[in-house]
Structure formats: C-alpha cells, structure tokens
Ligand binder design. Structure first.
Ligand code: FES
Length: 274
C-alpha cells in the first residue's frame, strides 16, 4: 500500500499527489510512468511521473478526473493509501547531443514535461517552453517549470492569459517569424495537439518526440492493449515508449483506439454516481 503524503488541486478537475513509493523513486527517470490501482479489483491506469525525490522516497503524479478510476483517486485524501503503484515503467527520455530544444505541453501534458525540462537544464541544454491550456485556470506548473527554461510562452484558447490561440500558433510564430531553430521539439499533451505539432515540425524538418499515453493493462508488453503504430511497425507504449518519433506515429489510429472503451467508461462512471 502506498501512502498519499500530499494532495492539492492544481486546476479544475486536475490534482497533484505526492505518494510514498521509495523503490519507484530510487530508479525513476524523466519520461517514465507508473501504473496504479486504487483498490484491489480496480482498473490499472498509467500516469506519468511528474517529479521524484530519491532522498525522501516520493513520486509526484498529476492527473485529471476523466473516468471512474481517476475520480476514485481524486476522492482519496492525504494519509490514505493507493493499493498498487508499480514502476518506474517505460524507457527514460534521452537528451544526449541536444543543444536547443522546444518543449510543448498541452493541459496536463505540462506535468511529464516538467522533469524533462529540468533534466535538460541540468545538462546545459537551452529549452524554450510553450504551455497551452483552455484558459488561465487550466494552466499548471508554470512557476515550477519557469526557472529551468530559457523562454516560456503561454497560449490559451480563450486568450485569458498569454497568446490567444493554440500552442501550434506559437510554434509557427517562433519558427516562421522569429527564425528560431531547434534540434528537437518535444510535444506532450492531447493526441490532436501532438498530431498538429508533429505535422508542422515535419514541414520544418525538426525531429520531434511525442509521449504516448494509451490505455494500458499489464504494462509489460504482453497484453497488447497499448499498441501504437509507428511507421511500419507496431510498438507497445509500455515497453517501447512512451516516447516515439512524432513524424512516424499514426495519430488517427491512436485516436480511434482511445475511443474503444468510451461506452464501458460511461457505464462505469454511471455506476459510480448511483
Ligand atoms: Fe499491455 Fe503494454 S500495457 S502490452
């Protein structure tokens, strides 16, 4: 059992939790994730690691209440326990040889981006960051990320703060108008955002890494639930990812797969509310 040491609401329906998990914290690297179960017979869901503290033995997760399991997780309070907390899983992100990176986070995508930006800063890489959200209230971790980036740009759909528009609009401005060049773009967020960004960076010839967060079950490469089509190959996000070449990922198929269990999820939520 894994104790919740801290819990805070970051934005509407978005929570940050610090969990006591010393064995996971000892090995966690930026880009990796955990799979948790809230209770014994519960569903297993993957959540990216937003931070870790090896000395204190803690892992920080950020999640949005979108389905039954995340609602149950959000209902837990400090001092209560999570049944299973397995990890770290997936391959750590790699930054060797990079000098200038543009890191783009959409919504809760800012959470997995945070340890990556910090690691790149430690390695002496110049990182520009674009964070996007529906509105000011939905922006998360801006203050935490800011010290580790060269420039931070904010975009909101409603213009309540920063640029009025999408992260892709800021990307376009930086590259096409300001003439910025980058060795790599890292994009983490909703599938549609990663698809649009990857489409643009393909035209700009900027290598792009996206972080895929499909439905997962065993997290060991055995069940096939997390299949992602990357170029001509079928990969498993849990063991081959979650980072993949954004120019090769079949986002349309990933979006279709994401919708597979919508009816079951609706039913599970309905039962929870009864
Ligand atoms: Fe089962 Fe990846 S979660 S193969």
């Amino acid at each position: 059992m894994y104790k919740i040491l801290q819990k805070e609401k970051l934005a509407p329906s978005v929570y940050i939790m610090k969990v006591e998990a010393p064995l996971v914290a000892r090995k966690a690297q930026p880009g990796q994730f955990i799979i948790l179960r809230v209770y014994d017979m519960g569903e297993r869901i993957p959540l990216t690691i937003a931070d870790y503290d090896r000395d204190k033995g803690t892992i920080t997760i950020v999640f949005q209440e979108v389905g039954k399991t995340t609602k149950l997780l959000a209902a837990l309070e400090e001092g209560q326990y999570i049944q299973d907390f397995a990890g770290p899983l997936g391959k750590p992100s790699e930054f060797d040889g990079l000098k200038t990176v543009l890191a783009i986070g959409g919504g809760v995508g800012a959470a997995p981006l945070y340890p990556q930006v910090r690691r790149m800063h430690e390695m002496g890489i110049d990182v520009d960051v674009i964070l996007g959200a529906k509105s000011k209230d939905y922006l998360i971790l801006t203050e935490e990320i800011k010290p580790f980036c060269r420039n931070m740009y904010i975009a909101t759909d409603d213009g309540s703060v920063g640029y009025h528009g999408f992260v892709s609009d800021v990307l376009k401005k930086l590259v096409e108008e300001d003439g910025q060049t980058y060795d790599r773009v890292i994009a983490i967020g909703p599938l549609i955002m990663m698809k649009v960004v990857s489409g643009m960076t393909k035209q700009y010839n900027i290598p792009t890494i996206v972080s895929m967060n499909p439905i997962m079950m065993d997290g060991t490469g055995m069940c096939g639930a997390c299949r992602v089509k990357v170029g001509d190959e079928v990969k498993h996000a849990c063991v081959d990812g979650p980072d993949f070449d954004g120019h090769l990922v079949d986002f349309d198929e990933a979006m279709r797969r994401q919708a597979f269990y919508r009816d079951e999820e609706g039913l599970a939520l309905h039962t929870l509310e009864e």
